[in-house]
Design a protein around this ligand. Structure first.
Ligand SMILES: Nc1nc2c(ncn2[C@@H]2O[C@H](COP(=O)(O)OP(=O)(O)OP(=O)(O)O)[C@@H](O)[C@H]2O)c(=O)[nH]1
Ligand SMILES: [Mg+2]
Length: 298
């Protein structure tokens, strides 16, 4: 009889390393939002990778950085908790950015935790292959990695090998989720995240960081479509005007693209309504953090 394997794998690293891109690539689904800006991911996102006789429960985490606001502290705490709860941590490093100080600090802390960890160099499509071994060597001086992989989460290069190795490294045990599940992310949260992704892609400077998104209502209609009402909270009055744009053009563009993405993700027609509200200090407010699944760090 074949025994099954199942375990949790946390993807950790500095902001913008490509953690969410890797989660999406490994699972073959768009589960976690991605943007060229740092600090895109705010809470843990589970992605389920099925291999023959193995279920790998991948946990995408927020990038680890020096937190200032309560929101930031909750994000970084969620990342470390993700690593602590996992059977294995994947330390993802942007190979082009190399051994930055923040990466060095994270690797040292991970190494000191004594947890099982593997090193994954990402964005290999952007660097000369000859730079990868020296970088691996420098990183390996800071922590004991059981394995090292080189991938491009964007092109998929090396990702299949990583998936096979992960499946083989999981502890023996029964599957914890149904075999055809991809995530445990509720549709309401997926809707809010899809809107937030467009805000990260279509606005700049402080605006995306001063914004949070919550789904107010999610109603299945008899014709098979779904009606979703979303509130976008901004921390500053100036941000509301930027987000809405001249004659509402910006918020319309954000809504149009998010609706298009959600129609694909939910596989049915979507009616999406966005409402922008000013809420000073939401990023210090426990209720707003809990609404996106974060714990209030106090
Ligand atoms: N060229 C290239 N770009 C990549 C690769 N992986 C990710 N990216 C890009 O890097 C940027 C950041 O990717 P994310 O997946 O959002 O990074 P993250 O680590 O989840 O970032 P945070 O959630 O902010 O911590 C995006 O613009 C991605 O398209 C890769 O292998 N090659
Ligand atoms: Mg991310």
């Amino acid at each position: 009889m074949m025994t099954s394997r199942c375990g949790f794998v946390a993807i950790v690293g500095a902001p913008n390393a490509g953690k969410s891109t890797l989660l999406n690539r490994l699972t073959g689904a768009k589960l976690s939002i991605v943007s060229p800006k740092a600090q895109t991911t705010r809470f843990r996102v589970l992605g389920i990778l099925m291999r023959p006789q193995a279920q790998v429960l991948l946990v995408d985490t927020p990038g680890i950085f020096q937190p200032r606001r309560k929101l930031d502290r909750a994000m970084v705490a969620a990342a470390w908790t993700g690593a602590a709860d996992a059977d294995l941590a994947l330390m993802l490093v942007d190979a082009r950015a190399g051994l930055r100080d923040d990466v060095r600090d994270i690797v040292k802390k991970l190494g000191a935790s004594g947890r099982r960890c593997w090193l994954v160099l990402n964005k290999t499509d952007l660097v000369a292959p000859a730079s990868l071994l020296p970088l691996t060597a420098s990183l390996s001086e800071l922590a004991r990695f059981e394995e090292a992989f080189m991938v491009s989460a964007q092109t998929g290069d090396g990702v299949g090998e990583l998936a096979d190795a992960l499946a083989a490294a999981m502890p023996e045990g029964p599957y914890l989720y149904p075999e055809d599940d991809l995530t445990d992310l509720p549709d309401r949260l997926l809707a809010a995240e899809t809107v937030r992704e467009q805000i990260f892609l279509q606005t700049h400077e402080e605006v995306p960081y001063g914004t949070t998104v919550e789904t107010e209502s999610f109603t299945e209609r008899r014709d098979g479509s779904v009606r979703i009402e979303v509130t976008v909270y901004v921390a500053r009055p100036g941000h509301k005007a930027i987000l809405i744009g001249d004659k509402g053009t910006k918020i319309k563009a954000i809504g149009a693209r998010a609706r298009q993405d959600l129609t694909g993700l939910l596989e049915r027609p979507v009616h999406l309504f966005l409402n922008v509200k000013e809420r000073k200090g939401w990023d210090e407010e426990g209720a707003r953090l809990r609404a996106i699944g974060l714990e209030d760090p106090g």
